[in-house]
Each structure stands twice: as C-alpha cells, then as structure tokens.
Design a binder for this molecule. Structure first.
Ligand SMILES: Cc1cc2nc3c(=O)[nH]c(=O)nc-3n(C[C@H](O)[C@H](O)[C@H](O)COP(=O)(O)O)c2cc1C
Length: 257
C-alpha cells in the first residue's frame, strides 16, 4: 500500500501498472485542490492484457455471450439461493459511481405475501397506464413485446430485486450529497443484469409507472427512490421471447478517425 498525501504543492505519485511486456513504473502527477488536506491510501493495480488476436477472440465471444441475454416475462417458481443473489448484488455494486458514493440499495423480495401486494399495486398503476396514460405511439411501440397491464411474474418469479437510487445520504444529522445518481444506478443495473445472465438465470427489467407504491410497501426512507423492479429466476420451460433485431454497428456508433 502506498500512502499519498494529496496537498499542495502537487506531488508525483509512482504507480505500478501492467502491460504486455511486464510491469513498469509510470510517474503520474496528481492534481490537488484546497480540500485535499489528508493522506489517502493507494494500492498497486495491475490488469492482465492480451495479444491482438486473443483480444479479438475474447471481445467476439463476450459479445456473442451477452447477445444471448434476453428479457424473459414467463418465470418458473423454482427458488434461487440467497448466496447466488448476494453475489449478483455484490457484482452490481462493483459498478463505477459518482465520487464512489455507490448510491444504491437493492431490496430483495421473496416473501409471497409481499410479492402479492407488489403485484396488486403494480397492476393498478399499469392498468391506468395501458388504458389512460400511454399514448397511441407508445402502445404501438410496445405491441411487438406483447405486454399488457397484467403482471403475474411479480408473484411467480422467486425473487424481485428492487433497485432504489439514493438521492442523498444522512450522516448523523448532516445531509450529504450523492453525485450523478441516475447515471451511477443505471450502470449498476447493467452490471446486475449481466451478473444474473452469468449465473444462468433470467430477468425482466420492469418499470411500473409511477413506482412510488414500492417506497410505501417496503417502508423505504425518504432519500431512496424506486428505480427498477427486476424479477429474477429461471425461465418457464419452452419460453418464447419477441424476435427482436439489435441495431448494427453503423446505427449505434460514429468513429472520428
Ligand atoms: C429502463 C427499462 C424499462 C423497461 N420496462 C419494461 C417494463 O416495464 N415491462 C416490460 O415488459 N419490459 C420492460 N423493459 C424491457 C424491454 O422491453 C427490453 O429490454 C427490450 O424489449 C429489449 O429486449 P431484450 O432485453 O430481450 O434485449 C424495460 C427495459 C428497460 C431498459
């Protein structure tokens, strides 16, 4: 562990980083600001790198594997272990976050009575959404997915992971800011879905609107806002998903060379 005093005048920090030809020392200048009055610990970090050929192979096979992830809406009620869920949540929590505030709380609901209450409340909102709130354009966009106001998966899936974003924190009586909360929690949600896929399970990213009923039912504090409701479990046997096409590289990227 390297102790680094971040205090004016700027000082040079020696970091050990790995590259394909081994580990070398790189000198890196750190910037300081007027609040950097303490000493903060640093640790060495190394990252395995690969030959061009190996990199191409790995990026291709990861793409193929991630492309197999699909949103599933028909679940089996087969239970999943708490340890697996904990690992999935800890993986989500490795996501980067603004000022490393990790502004998320994951509530895991396996209690059948609570799942039933969540389904009833979600269906009430979704009934209004599908029948009153959603525009014609929105309903047309949803048509290929075959969704409607009924949400049986909220009772059938063995676990519901509800992701809350933490708008701010209380440390004692002091209100402390979180930064880039929506971006951070969105990234954690992506990591969460990848971890579920990696475990051999399936998920549905569900956003009943509005979602305030979740704060009430789960008795969450004022600084938390519901963000995503993610049923997770095994798919029903012989499940079907919409035949969707993903955009091509030309449609999603611009290269400035
Ligand atoms: C922010 C967000 C909200 C979503 N909300 C819902 C939802 O409320 N109900 C639903 O059935 N699917 C929902 N989805 C899932 C999308 O419909 C799905 O990801 C999309 O159709 C692509 O399919 P795929 O996930 O199988 O690739 C949502 C996805 C995202 C990212």
């Amino acid at each position: 562990m390297v102790a680094c005093t971040l205090f004016s005048p700027p000082l040079e920090l020696s970091l050990r980083v790995g590259n394909s030809s081994g580990v070398e020392n790189v000198r890196k200048k750190t910037k300081t600001n007027k609040f950097m009055t303490k000493t903060y610990p640093y640790i060495s970090y190394s990252k395995e790198s690969y030959s061009e050929e190996e990199m191409l192979k790995r990026s291709q096979s990861f793409l193929e594997w991630m492309d197999k992830r699909r949103t599933v809406r028909d679940f089996s009620d087969k239970p999943i272990s708490k340890e697996v869920i904990e690992n999935i949540l800890l993986t989500a929590s490795t996501a980067p976050s603004g000022a490393h505030k990790q502004p998320w709380t994951f509530c895991v609901i396996t209690n059948p009575e609570l799942k039933k209450q969540i389904r009833a409340a979600a269906e009430k909102e979704e009934y209004d959404s599908y029948n009153v709130r959603m525009t014609k354009e929105w309903l047309e966009d949803l048509a290929p997915l075959g969704t409607d106001w009924q949400k049986p998966f909220l009772e059938i899936a063995p676990a519901l992971i509800i992701v809350f974003k933490r708008a701010y924190e209380f440390v004692g009586d002091t209100k402390k800011n979180n930064y880039y909360v929506t971006e951070s929690v969105g990234l954690a949600g992506g990591f969460l879905l990848a971890a579920i896929h990696n475990a051999g399970l399936v998920a549905l990213t569900h956003t009943p609107s509005p979602m305030n009923f979740l704060s009430k039912l789960l008795n969450r504090p004022d600084n938390e806002r519901p963000f995503l409701l993610i049923p997770v479990g095994y798919p029903l046997k012989e499940v079907q998903v919409p035949d969707l096409q993903r955009k091509s590289i030309g449609e999603i990227a611009e290269f400035y060379e």
